[in-house]
Design a protein around this ligand. Sequence first.
Ligand SMILES: Cc1cc2nc3c(=O)[nH]c(=O)nc-3n(C[C@H](O)[C@H](O)[C@H](O)COP(=O)(O)O)c2cc1C
Length: 166
Amino acid sequence: MIAIELNILVGTMTGIAQLVAQEIELRLDGEGLSVHTLEMDELDPSVFDRNGLFLICTSTYGQGDVPDNAKDLYDALCALRPDLSHVSYGVIGLGDRTYADTFCFGGKRFDEILTQLGAKRIGEMMLHDASAGTLPEDDAADWIEPWIELCNERLGCEAEQQAAQN
Ligand SMILES: Cc1cc2nc3c(=O)[nH]c(=O)nc-3n(C[C@H](O)[C@H](O)[C@H](O)COP(=O)(O)O)c2cc1C
């Protein structure tokens, strides 16, 4: 695993997404990565000026809405529409299939706006169903290392392509 920075942006109502971020930090400890967990209510779109990868880790509330602490960041991205073509990201969406029509819409909404703004998602989203009987932090602990490997492959390929063009 090559050394990279990982910024985990947490959107949560009751703290489960925060637990998921903590578990990821523990799992990646000693892997040569620098992990920064950031609560979304402290952020504006300039967070995407940071170096490294981004992992959106958010639940869903209301009728398929992002959680309250993610609203300002989400609304600012939609209103200001910054160019995020330099950004690579992944998504962990927390939800419940009981809400069949809006399952994991919090994560899906962030995925949609980031894609619209030119950011590139690496890999599939991890979508956790609270009714499935597994803990999201356990699922995330299994998901994160293959995702980081995939990021390293992709970013390594891009760096090679850029070097070949120069
Ligand atoms: C009032 C309420 C509304 C919810 N609405 C949705 C929803 O529309 N879609 C969905 O997939 N999950 C929905 N959920 C499930 C939560 O997203 C899920 O339980 C999540 O794990 C909570 O994580 P958090 O503690 O980080 O906020 C809802 C939960 C509650 C309590």
